[in-house]
Design a protein around this ligand. Structure first.
Ligand SMILES: [Zn+2]
Ligand SMILES: [Zn+2]
Length: 141
């Protein structure tokens, strides 16, 4: 599975069995995307490989620790290795041919008033631990 940013400078490859996706509706993810939510997934570090452009990435971290890495040329959010884990966060919108579904919505309490969440999707009012989220997204469906 290949992913790339808007301008194509940053490219990466994912291998192996890939997990499902989540959407985060927190205010920070709304600002990062300029939209109602961020769509992401978590893969093991061994499943992830940079193909190009990883020297064209810059990073912004809030004092709270919320971090976004993005392409210096086109500002697409790009994958980042999550602190203290062996997991890599992947922005699903960068994947060329994503296979899978959003299976959980995080921070549903701050979802945009103009966004409608599916009635059958699990909602999480805040953010579960990364381990718990990773297990949930990796479960066979
Ligand atoms: Zn780019
Ligand atoms: Zn968020």
């Amino acid at each position: 599975m290949i992913g790339q940013c808007l301008c194509g400078t940053v490219q990466f490859k994912l291998t192996g069995s890939l997990p499902s996706f989540y959407q985060c509706h927190c205010r920070l993810c709304q600002k990062v995307t300029g939209s109602s939510a961020n769509a992401g997934m978590l893969v093991e570090r061994a499943q992830f490989e940079w193909l190009a452009g990883n020297n064209n990435i810059t990073s912004y971290t809030r004092t709270t620790g919320y971090r976004v890495d993005f392409c210096k040329t086109c500002s697409s959010p790009v994958p980042n290795l999550l602190r203290t884990t062996e997991l890599v966060w992947i922005p699903v919108g960068l994947l060329d041919s994503p296979e899978g579904n959003v299976v959980i919505h995080l921070h549903s309490d701050s979802k945009a008033g103009w966004d409608t969440l599916p009635a059958d999707a699990p909602l999480h009012k805040t953010m579960p631990s990364l381990d718990k989220l990773h297990r949930f997204l990796s479960a066979d469906r």
